[in-house]
Design a protein around this ligand. Sequence first.
Ligand code: PXP
Length: 260
Amino acid sequence: MKLGVNIDHVAVLREARRVNDPDILNALYVACANGADQITIHLREDRRHIQDVDVTNIMQHSTLPVNLECSINKSILDIVAKVKPHRATLVPEKREEVTTEGGLDVFGSADEIAYAIELLHDSIIPVSLFVDPTIEAMEKSKELGAEMVELHTGTFANLFAMLHSNLPHSEHSVKEFELPRYELSSRLEKSLEDIKNAAIHAHNLGLEVAAGHGLNYHNVHEMMQIEEIIELNIGQSIIARSVFSGLADAVKEMKRLTIK
Ligand code: PXP
């Protein structure tokens, strides 16, 4: 399994003080040296963590492919087209969200997404779409011209956390927090089925399949059972663990858990 390490969270900490500490390039070097197969970063419209200069620096110094996540906003796409990452992953973006909350609206925003894909393809950048794990979204992603899909695993991760830790993973899961365990358990099973079915369908359509959001040291083994998923992009749990164990060990341990 390819492990994409999302180092945005190092920039979150840096931006809390607006000094260059921790230095995101240190995170890049440590991730590259300890088992990451890819570096993932998200240039958000509000620049709340990764800055334009980080993108340039990371592109210049990464010894691994860079997966640049971005919205379909034209000014962001122009930057992405210029820096030419190894891949662009299109994600939905809302100013008020804490993190990406759902997959792209591949139906409601079809024209804008098709335009974004065309613009990126003109710069020879392969495109992945971050989408909810539904059969319809796989078909639409193929139709829109993407090479890859990244399945949003947030619902699965929320349910897993509620069932196994009694902690809601995000504010969105609070309404489900009161559910009895057997109901959580069957919803968790259904969310895994959805991911598996979407992965198989996407694979059969000729799309490459990645997954990400909310994956951690406890739930990642469930993704390892799905053959069609070839890549996982993981950020929060790795950086959170690194506070206690150091980034090198945190990346190494996630790599160990994601070796097929
Ligand atoms: N994949 C995508 C498309 C994302 O937007 C994010 C969050 O930045 C991730 C993966 C990583 O999610 P997490 O930080 O929860 O591991």
